[in-house]
Design a protein around this ligand. Structure first.
Ligand SMILES: NC(=O)c1ccc[n+]([C@@H]2O[C@H](COP(=O)([O-])OP(=O)(O)OC[C@H]3O[C@@H](n4cnc5c(N)ncnc54)[C@H](OP(=O)(O)O)[C@@H]3O)[C@@H](O)[C@H]2O)c1
Length: 370
């Protein structure tokens, strides 16, 4: 297998494809959001670019969408793809075969597909068909953007973002358990964006009973996003009067439960809630592998304290996002984690700060697991 080195403009074009692909995160699962950019030469010899990404619900793939553009002159073009084109399509032609058939001259790939049905196979096919291939252009950025898909393929679990809103003294609610609203309007808008760009938002039943949240994205231009709302609720306590149950035909809602209560289950199902019986809900890795099996690649955990403890304890928080407001809620307020989380100064749970931002009076902190 012989790969060609990067050319001077490759990173510029790949960055465009990556930015465009990132806009599709949260709506293409179980498939990755892939960006595809083609450079062609126009009638008056000027370079033109065409950009597509994986469509909502994962179909059509970015390459298929691109090659369906009417009057596209794909022959002898250069194509940039954020992930190795699939080689395993069963019903239709695979993306790699489409590119070969279209007569493209060069393909630049950011990262190889961890799916064993494609990994390296598409690259090999392209080379054998006489196409020039470059692999690894902005690979690190691509792997970060596609982390959810990569984790599902490699570790059979979705990528986990845990988000919480805290006061200066680290409390997530006051002494009565009220948390609405700790942070300002700008922070809350960002939370809505986070929901839009994840496949699902997960909460514990304690938060539903206390806060009765909607957990959807209510930002203009993102209202069409239908990221799942998932409640971890062993005893199926989700009230039929909750906003989640009441709006479940509009916004998909799942409840993961352990103990069957026939009456409640059928009531919730009639309302449109999808109920999932799990034999073991104490182990977060079992829950995540179940969700990966259902196709989820990126989940956002939104509390409360008990659920946070369980995710931290299992070391299954890949990205931690904290919104901090300039208020004090006092020592009786609710902590970010419950007493279940055991740690000490010798062995603390450690994170690496990767991004901060000021949101008027609030602060946004983004961490990755150290
Ligand atoms: N500031 C913020 O960002 C924020 C966000 C959310 C919530 N909050 C606040 O947090 C408080 C609620 O927190 P909470 O700790 O009481 O409740 P919680 O963490 O939301 O829910 C805990 C419950 O989830 C269920 N559960 C199912 N599987 C679990 C698992 N594997 N591990 C742990 N729990 C599991 C358990 O009930 P079953 O045994 O019945 O299943 C458990 O009691 C409220 O005051 C709310 O306002 C603040």
């Amino acid at each position: 297998m012989s790969l060609l080195p990067e050319q001077p403009q490759d990173q510029y074009w790949m960055a465009k494809a990556l930015r465009y692909a990132a806009l599709g995160l949260g709506e293409t699962w179980p498939n990755p959001s892939v960006g595809c950019l083609m450079l062609t030469v126009g009638d008056n010899e000027n370079t033109q670019f065409h950009l597509t990404r994986t469509a909502a619900f994962g179909r059509p793939h970015a390459e298929e969408a691109l090659l369906s553009i009417p009057s596209l002159k794909a022959k002898d073009s250069t194509v940039y793809v954020t992930l190795e084109p699939c080689a395993h399509e069963q019903k239709n032609l695979s993306c790699v075969d489409r590119l070969i058939r279209a007569g493209v001259k060069r393909v630049v790939i950011a990262s190889q597909d961890p799916d064993q049905r494609t990994n390296g196979i598409a690259v090999q096919k392209l080379i054998e068909a006489g196409v020039s291939v470059t692999v690894g252009c902005l690979e690190k950025q691509a792997n970060t953007m596609q982390q959810g898909y990569i984790y599902r393929q490699r570790y059979q679990r979705p990528m986990v973002t845990l988000k919480t809103a805290i006061s200066l003294d680290g409390k997530t609610a006051d002494s009565k358990g009220n948390s609405q609203w700790i942070t300002n309007h700008y922070s809350r808008r960002r939370v809505h964006l986070l929901r839009a760009f994840h496949d699902a938002t997960i909460v514990g039943i304690g938060t539903v009973i206390k806060d009765n949240p909607m957990l959807n994205c209510r930002l203009k231009r993102f209202e069409h996003r239908r990221s799942l709302r998932i409640v971890l609720d062993r005893q199926l306590r989700l009230p039929c009067t909750s906003k989640l149950a009441q709006t479940s035909t509009q916004f998909p809602t799942w409840v993961l439960y352990r103990y069957d209560s026939e009456n409640r289950r059928s009531q919730l199902e009639k309302m449109g809630v999808e109920v999932h019986l799990l034999p073991d809900m104490s182990d977060i890795s079992v829950i995540l592998s179940y969700l990966a099996g259902k196709g989820l690649t990126r989940v956002l955990v939104e509390g409360g304290a008990k659920l946070h403890s369980a995710f931290f304890q299992a070391k299954l928080v890949d990205r931690l996002i904290i919104f901090q407001a300039p208020i004090l809620l006092g020592s009786q307020g609710v902590d970010m984690t419950g007493p279940e989380l055991k740690a000490d100064i010798e062995q603390p749970y450690r994170f690496k700060l990767i991004h901060t931002r000021k949101l008027i009076n609030d602060f946004y902190y983004e961490y990755r697991q150290a």
